[in-house]
Design a protein around this ligand. Structure first.
Ligand code: GUN
Length: 281
């Protein structure tokens, strides 16, 4: 079984991006800039944002974090986004989710200029991805996609099963696999026989948020299994895949932690650089 080393893959991607930033700097005399807006004091969000900032600095991007208290008015956030939209030193804007209840998430996402939307959540980018046009691609599915391609460069005709249909992961993952000519089944909580669906798959991407849902006898020999889950349990953090069981069957599997997670942030940096490059044309 191949243990897919997301930490190593992310470090390699960051090294490539660092070189690219240096080239862009000598060509344009400026570097791409990422601005993250963090609202409130949720610990996981604070940790994510700190890691994003650290990684951005490491590859040579200009990075800025704007922090607001939980009580901030929606209007203030929307005005700040407008300001960042017209700031030519800002290549990418990310508003860390989740947001406090009184702030309309969709309004915030739609306020971001689609050409600076490094999350790929704006309806314009969602539409472009599903139409097969150039777009920002959500970071986690992009990271999963790059890991899958490392194991199997030619995905044409492969059967892929995506477990979970979220806008963040499941739906964009499906689009990426479709673009690679996979036959994709998207499954969810109302799927009748999830085990039977998974047993058909050459590739399984589990992004459903249920600890250790995918069991050893759900997985065909030689399947590639990507685990997006990060679930807190009494036994610590586990994924959506039962690691010990599935590692006995699968051809390749991502661990949790150390699989998809590190790739997500590296892909955010990639998206920021790609937004910058498109803005310079
Ligand atoms: N919170 C958890 N994951 C994400 C993500 O990918 N983007 C944003 N903006 N917030 C998140």
């Amino acid at each position: 079984m191949i243990l897919i080393d997301g930490k190593k893959a992310a470090a390699e991607l960051r090294a490539e991006l660092k070189e690219e930033v240096a080239e862009l700097k000598s060509k344009h005399n400026k570097v791409p800039g990422l601005t993250v807006i963090l609202i409130g004091d949720l610990t996981p969000s604070q940790i994510y944002v700190r890691n994003k900032e650290k990684s951005a600095n490491e590859v040579g991007l200009k990075s800025e974090v704007i922090k607001y208290p939980d009580s901030i008015e929606e209007k203030t956030v929307l005005e700040k986004i407008q300001e960042l939209n017209s700031d030519e030193n800002v290549s990418g804007i990310l508003v860390q989710l989740p947001l406090p209840k009184h702030i309309d998430k969709q309004k915030v996402i739609e306020a971001i200029d689609p050409s600076k939307d490094v999350d790929g959540f704006h309806p314009m980018n969602v539409g472009n991805l599903s139409s097969g046009y150039e777009s920002s691609i959500p970071c986690t599915p992009l990271g999963c996609y790059l890991l899958i391609k490392k194991i199997e460069p030619n995905l044409s005709g492969k059967k892929a099963v995506v477990v979970g249909r979220s806008n963040l992961n499941g739906k964009p993952m499906t689009q990426l696999l479709l673009k690679e000519n996979c036959t994709v089944t998207i499954t969810h909580s109302k799927t009748k026989d999830l085990k039977a669906e998974c047993l058909e798959a050459d590739i399984i991407v589990a992004a459903v948020g249920i600890p250790e849902l995918v069991r050893g006898d759900w997985v065909k020999k030689d399947a590639i299994v990507i685990d997006v889950g990060i679930n807190k349990t009494d036994n610590g953090i586990v994924g959506d895949v039962h690691f010990d069981e599935v590692s006995k069957n699968a051809k390749a599997l991502t661990p949790v932690p150390g699989g998809v997670g590190p790739m997500t942030i590296a892909c955010l940096l990639k998206n920021t650089i790609d937004c910058f490059k498109r803005s310079q044309i």
